[in-house]
Ligand binder design. Sequence first.
Ligand SMILES: [Fe+2]
Length: 477
Amino acid sequence: MTALTRREIGALVLGAGVAAAASSAWAKTVADWRLGFKTPPETLDGDLKLLEGRLPPELQGNFYRVGPAQFERAGERLGHWFDGDGMVQRFAIGDGSVRHKGRFVSTDKRRSEQTAGRFLHSGYGFGPKAAAELRRVDDINAANTSILPIAGEVWALWEGGSPWRVDAQTLDTRGRQAFTGPLDGAPFSAHPKRGPDGDVWNFGVLGRSCVIWHLAPDGAVRKTKLIELPAASLMHDFAVTAKYLVLLLPPMHGDAGGEPKSLVDRYRWHADRPLQVLVLDKDTLTIQRRHELPARFLYHLSNAWEDASGTIRLDAFLSDDATFAVKTARDLALGRANPDPTGRLTAITLPPDGGATLDVLPGTGEFPRMNPRRVGSQHRYTYGVIANGIARWDLATGKYDTFSYGPDTWSEEPVFTPRQGATDETDGWLTTTVLNYGLGRTELAVFDARRVSDGPVARLACPYALPLGFHGDFVAA
Ligand SMILES: [Fe+2]
């Protein structure tokens, strides 16, 4: 599998890159959203200052986030948000105070480009002026997408290659997570799911090949399987239920042809093809059911569960097409445009007879999260980012509660931490960050998950601004 995998990814990403236009009009003003796409120093350390409210005494631990952070080298501007080298942020919360630490992940990609002093690698959506030869997929692994706390470490995840192991305290990079045998370097997506037993499920896609991963709580491999997908679909996230794995394959297929400038340029949107759904049995890892939905694109799901009749219910942010992947993420990195989120939270019902229905909830948003204790079982509430704020969607009533930080802010993913011993789904906190570019700083906000509209119960200011990130997780002390 490894040899095929590497040949295939090589074909996907090799080729001359097209230089991203260096933005001569790169704004440096503070009240500018482009502050979120500015390269920070190699390391950051600072204490947060309480602005309002009070940190809940029970909320103690480390809140980790990761995102792209290297946006230029040698005068060349990075041409796609998803290709920036990952920087891990840690907010250590305890005894009423918060301390921040930020470190770049020292990937092979970063080290080689630091040494060269320029961008070397064609990646997800960016091809530098002069691309180096790709030897293996991890050469372009930016470790910039998500965080998996595991076995006392945090893994910084990309989606096409290996996790990168990071020291949970110092944030020093310990190295690539090298699985044994043919799994070494195999794709490991940025959206693993940890079930109530602590086991970790994940997938990884390369063309039409998909690796299914089942790991023990300590990261040891329990089981893997290579399956063939019906199409080479751009798939970023998936869902698990008590019995099943649910894969959603948007009709963004790797059949664009021509000479690819980067990975995403291999893909083409097919408005006349369905969003395909595959349901796999967790024991046998075989496909049990197939469903078809109207043509929609998605990055993220919240959760899935099955009822007694075998009907699977899930919710995800669906978009009309893949504009974000091919255009918006480039506009953001190049400082051209900053549109509001366009995804619509959609409740999807998949009855066992193979049918499918969609119910669109109000508003637009992204980065769905829910109570992690409900992964794979019935949940009622999904939380997510909206323009300038966060929201809580109630899947039972179809209503949502919102909170806005006000203008000149960019809200980031809210992470749910259940209160210790809580049985009610909503009993816990949302920890989140917001770039307040009007004031030139990143802020940390903690919400009572039962009362999102009331605003944060505590809000603290970093002494600096951090680049906008993707995903994170909270590790309770
Ligand atoms: Fe993601």
